[in-house]
Ligand binder design. Structure first.
Ligand code: GAR
Length: 227
């Protein structure tokens, strides 16, 4: 993987599919951002592996075409399921794939096919707390800062070059639920940023690290707790 710029096939707005398994609040944040004609990507498909995903209704309400590729008939054959999804994505001329609460492990074949063009949002400051139950584990670990990450997808789960992160302080009275609300709000802010940068071809990857052309680290520090 070198430059995301090379993954764009044509001029104009990048054609994006969002893959979901559930409620689709990150999907909704991406749809809202892309509703601005000046946004460099358009959401042309929402694909779910679950026919009952609530996000499908939300997408349809927003006028976005939806498809379902149910994973169940494929049993343990992950690659066959992934190939079925890939066929749908190609039918729709998709250039960029956004995983938004898509809760299936992807085969190395699928990840390779979309390398540099597939991003994921994760509810933790990676590489801490990969996997599930991130907020409960952050509380158990006693971290004072928690947050969310958007990263390029590689075969290893919740890994891959980090594009953008957002942090929230963790208070003594925080619960899994209260933390989830604040981290989700951060996810909704950072995911559209990452998609924008990918669609603009501004993400370069070298030695497993992303560089975003034109971006700079903000000044200052977040210190928690405060007295
Ligand atoms: C989000 O918090 C997302 O970060 C998480 O699932 C939730 C989906 O919510 N994804 C993962 O844990 C993937 N490792 P949403 O359907 O409302 O966007």
């Amino acid at each position: 993987m070198t430059s995301a710029e090379k993954t764009r096939t044509g001029a104009g707005r990048a054609r994006v599919a969002i893959l979901i398994s559930g409620r689709g609040s990150n999907m909704a944040a991406l749809i809202e951002a892309a509703a601005d004609p000046a946004f460099p990507a358009e959401i042309v498909l929402v694909l779910s592996n679950r026919p009952d995903a609530a996000g499908l209704l939300r997408a349809a309400e927003a006028g976005i075409p939806t498809e379902v590729v149910d994973h169940k008939p494929f049993g343990k054959d992950r690659e066959a399921f992934d190939r079925a999804m890939d066929a749908v994505l190609r039918d729709h001329g998709i250039e960029i794939v956004c995983l938004a609460g898509f809760m299936r492990l992807l085969s190395a074949w699928f990840v390779g096919a979309w390398e540099g063009r597939m991003i994921n949002v994760h509810p933790a400051l990676l590489p801490s707390f990969k996997g599930l139950d991130t907020h409960a584990r952050a509380l158990t670990a006693g971290v004072r800062l928690h947050g969310a990450t958007v990263h390029l997808v590689v075969p290893e789960m919740d890994s891959g070059p980090i594009i953008v992160q957002g942090a929230v302080p963790v208070g003594d009275d925080d619960t899994e639920a209260s933390l989830a609300v604040r981290v989700l709000a951060v996810e909704h802010r950072i995911y559209p940023l990452a998609l924008r940068w990918l669609a603009e071809g501004r993400i370069m990857v070298a030695d497993g690290r992303c560089r975003i052309s034109g971006a700079a680290a903000p000044e200052g520090a977040m210190i928690a707790p405060a007295l």
